[in-house]
Design a binder for this molecule. Structure first.
Ligand code: COA
Length: 249
């Protein structure tokens, strides 16, 4: 378990909270591993009827830790934790809902493609600057994105890296609802409680049918991952990571 991922229960809801606020919830391998373990554990636990993922005030997640990207870019081992987490989301049997406030970069945005309901505050901005970093969209977003948002909006978000403030993300269909900072947590937990009251088999079946073909999704995550890893070692990517790590504030 990672000290930066807090997992707790509220009734039948498992709450996974990213808690590395000083780094805007940039995700490390240990954090991915802890989140994957929590999600996987929910599949066979009848006491858990819904998963909730949240960050800290002002930061849902700044995406993958760039220092970890740099390890792979310079020939090191990236481990399987990121893939494990993405596969856990793609194969999850229980509903997943998110509460997003503030920064939602990279995987901080693409997590929403795996959520059944996402709530975000007005100050939230969803941003996927993958291509600017010399890498490609991940988490199956090249498959789900065009289907969910339409091809052109998906292209603007995922390939052009246009930031999507919460209201625009709502119009685009990336998220379910915009709620104030003060109300976010209560709103998310109340949605979780509503989900938890539903007959679980009916809900799980409806959800599975809506989520589509899991094998196809995992295959796409794998394919994206192969390109992603290769591109991480490109000069463009290394330059982008170095310029972030050495930037002056
Ligand atoms: N990886 C590693 N560290 C990160 C990080 C990331 N993805 N995102 C933020 N941090 C760190 C910063 O280096 C900084 O650390 P420091 O205080 O030790 O210098 C701290 O988190 C706070 O970030 P800061 O940039 O000061 O906050 P901000 O509010 O000005 O900007 C972001 C927030 C998210 C816009 C900015 O940090 C950013 O662009 N991060 C990179 C996002 C990214 O490209 N992720 C990969 C996507 S694929």
């Amino acid at each position: 378990m990672s000290e930066h991922i807090l997992v707790e229960r509220q009734g039948a809801a498992q709450i996974i909270r990213m808690n590395r606020g000083d780094k805007k919830n940039a995700l490390t391998r240990a954090m991915y591993a802890a989140m994957a373990a929590a999600l996987d554990a929910s599949n066979d636990d009848p006491e858990i009827r819904v998963n909730v993922i949240m960050g800290v005030p002002g930061a849902f997640s700044a995406g993958n830790d760039i220092a970890d990207f740099m390890v792979v870019a310079t020939g090191g081992d990236g481990g399987t934790e990121v893939f494990d987490f993405l596969r856990s989301m793609a194969t999850l049997k229980k509903p997943l809902i998110s509460g997003v406030d503030g920064v939602a970069v990279g995987v901080g945005t693409t997590i929403q493609f795996h959520c059944d309901l996402s709530f975000a505050t007005p100050r939230t901005v969803f941003h996927t600057p993958f291509t600017d970093l010399g890498i490609i969209p991940e988490a199956g977003s090249t498959l789900i994105g065009p289907a969910l948002l339409g091809r052109q909006t998906a292209f603007a978000m995922l390939a052009l890296g246009e930031p999507f403030p919460a209201e625009r993300a709502l119009q685009a269909g990336l998220i379910y609802k915009v709620v104030s900072e003060d109300a976010l947590e209560a709103e998310v937990l109340s949605a979780a409680a509503r989900i938890a009251e539903k007959p679980p088999t009916a809900l799980a079946t409806a959800r599975r049918l809506m989520a589509g073909d899991t094998d196809k999704l995992v295959a796409r995550i794998t394919e994206e991952g192969e390109h992603f890893r290769q591109l991480l070692t490109s000069d463009e990517a290394k330059q982008a990571f170095m310029s972030f790590m050495s930037r002056k504030k």
